[in-house]
Design a protein around this ligand. Structure first.
Ligand SMILES: C[S@@+](CC[C@H](N)C(=O)[O-])C[C@H]1O[C@@H](n2cnc3c(N)ncnc32)[C@H](O)[C@@H]1O
Length: 238
């Protein structure tokens, strides 16, 4: 797994800002269990974010909207220096340096209800085959405690071409892997199939490089006009 390079991280754009804001819309619409009545409009549990150089924007989005307090935000990154910097900037938040998948039993993650797994892996990458078991630990705990959990996964759809795979085939493989992650969490009230996340054949439209929009549980969006498209999956488990 590569450590990101802060000088080349470029997630500061309109598309990414809109993407972050849509998480809240989706959680409000689709996961009422995760919101408190008193005080109104606060998220139950904690939010886990993969940080990079720009994850602070998610932290500020959530705290500015009074959706949660900094103490309910857990920021993780492979880069220890980056986490040290964040700890200095936001001392009230919780910080984890290293591979978050090695920390699923840490007290910092005990009450996590939303996982924003924003690692920019290539969609369909085999890397994702190995994260399910660990993320399932966090998701199961959240459902037991709050009645629901949210998994937000953001992957690079066009990076797949670098691996000689067409985006449509990569997106289908990604949907199959994510369905296995969700099914493996063992908490969904009904069977989770790849087609529930991505209807059969829906992936074909991403062969058109201009395509952005909604496809089942996926949103395909573009940050910079010159950049890769991202495939974002938002799944609620209960
Ligand atoms: C694209 S950035 C995150 C962007 C940020 N969430 C935002 O909204 O702008 C991805 C970061 O995730 C980190 N990362 C990827 N996999 C990780 C893992 N398993 N554990 C901890 N950090 C990870 C990388 O080090 C990288 O800095």
């Amino acid at each position: 797994m590569e450590v990101s390079n802060r000088s080349s991280d470029a997630f500061e754009n309109e598309g990414k800002r809109a993407y972050r804001a849509r998480h809240l819309e989706v959680l409000r619409d689709q996961a009422p269990e995760l919101w408190t009545d008193e005080p109104p409009g606060r998220l139950r549990g904690a939010w886990l974010e993969l940080m990079g150089s720009t994850g602070w924007r998610t932290l500020e989005l959530l705290t500015d909207a009074a959706v949660l307090s900094p103490s309910s935000f857990v920021g993780a990154d492979l880069d220890h220096d980056r986490i040290d910097d964040y700890r200095r900037r936001y001392p009230d938040a919780r910080w984890l340096a290293g591979d978050v998948l090695d920390h699923v039993e840490s007290p910092e993650l005990d009450d996590v209800s939303v996982i924003h797994f924003d690692g920019y892996e290539a969609a369909g990458s085999v890397k994702f085959d190995h994260v399910g078991e660990q993320l399932a630990v966090v998701l199961r705990r959240a459902v037991a405690r709050h009645g629901a959990a949210a998994l937000l996964v953001n992957s690079d759809l066009d990076a797949t071409r670098l691996h000689g795979q067409q985006p449509s085939a990569a997106l289908r493989r990604h949907a199959t892997t994510l369905a296995a992650v969700l099914a493996g969490a063992g908490i969904a009230r009904r069977e989770v199939t790849p087609e529930m996340l991505l209807p059969a054949g829906a992936e074909n439209v991403v062969g058109d490089r201009a395509f952005v929009g909604l496809l089942g549980a996926f949103e395909v969006y573009k940050g910079k006009s010159t950049g890769h498209r991202m495939a974002s999956c938002r799944a609620i488990l209960r």
